[in-house]
Design a protein around this ligand. Structure first.
Ligand SMILES: *[C@@H]1O[C@H](CO)[C@@H](O)[C@H](O)[C@H]1NC(C)=O
Ligand SMILES: *[C@@H]1O[C@H](CO)[C@@H](O)[C@H](O)[C@H]1NC(C)=O
Length: 271
């Protein structure tokens, strides 16, 4: 009795010393309790065309609708059902954001969620994050689109592996940003892209980046289409492991030495 009472005192003392601010979550809230919609369970499936309540500017062009494509892509203008990623720039003019372009199969596991929102609590959090990463850019978010791939399987999988990642589009109607969050990446490649059914590795690995559709302007996150993309949860351009953030109205890359050779660029972002 006595020793457990002393133990209780120790525990309560320890609790009082804990910092009141918990570590910020990498993923913004998502799921059915956030009134998210879900993509149909269909290999290479997509959302329907989603009309945006606020236009979104991407590489200087304004878009009023988008698709959330199962295979790790948010596209403007046209759906993307392609499952093996091609190198950027694409030659056929498809503008899109690729958080993790690879052969997702949500029939075998996981879900693809999305919503557009003006929820003040979420916009406040996104605004705080953007202001922290881009202190010289005046920005208060007025709209956001949140797409989340939750523990999604790969095509041909014989494992329980699942990837969890998120892409957030946000704007104040003048400046726009994309936030990519990589929470848990367990596979890189579907079987139809040369991947191994048991490991989801090998073949042509997933691609993360941006393609503006003009065959000239694009950006590849370092490690895209290499086996090292499995470690994208540890990399960042804003010093938050697993988070990559870009200004996209007039596309800019910060936090990555883009002039350096590829190897140096990917090395520095591991720090
Ligand atoms: C719009 O954004 C640009 C940079 O993207 C900035 O220079 C300008 O001040 C902004 N205008 C307003 C009204 O916020
Ligand atoms: C991923 O990172 C771990 C260490 O963090 C490393 O051992 C491994 O080789 C990396 N994998 C690839 C494919 O680069």
């Amino acid at each position: 009795m006595k020793s457990s009472f002393a133990f209780l005192l120790l525990v309560s003392g320890a609790v009082m010393n804990i910092e009141p601010t918990p570590e910020a979550a990498l993923l913004y809230p998502y799921g059915l309790d956030q009134s998210d919609r879900k993509n149909p369970k269909l290999d290479d499936g997509t959302s329907k065309r989603l009309s945006l309540s606020v236009p979104f500017t991407f590489y200087s062009k304004e878009y009023r609708s988008l698709y959330v494509n199962n295979n790790g892509v948010i596209s403007f203008d046209t759906k993307v059902k392609q499952y093996t990623p091609d190198p950027f720039p694409l030659v056929d003019g498809r503008p899109f954001v690729a958080p993790y372009w690879g052969d997702v199969d949500n029939v075998l596991g996981g879900d693809v969620f999305y919503r557009q929102t003006t929820d003040p609590a979420l916009l406040k959090l996104i605004t705080q994050n953007i202001n922290q990463y881009f202190p010289s850019i005046p920005f208060t978010a007025t709209w956001a689109f949140v797409a989340t791939w939750d523990h999604v399987a790969y095509y041909g999988s014989t494992s329980n592996k699942g990837n969890t990642f998120q892409a957030v589009l946000t704007t104040n109607s003048n400046t726009s940003f994309v936030i990519l969050n990589y929470k848990d990446i367990q596979w890189t490649t579907g079987v139809a892209s040369g991947g191994d059914p048991k490991t989801g590795l090998g073949g042509t690995p997933a691609h993360a980046g941006f393609n503006n559709g003009d065959e000239t302007n694009y950006y590849n996150i370092p490690s895209s289409r290499t086996e090292a993309v499995i470690n994208i949860t540890q990399t960042s351009n804003v010093n938050v492991p697993g988070r990559w953030v870009f200004q996209v109205d007039d596309f800019k890359v910060t936090g990555v030495p883009t002039e350096a050779p590829h190897a140096a660029a990917s090395k520095s972002c591991w720090l």
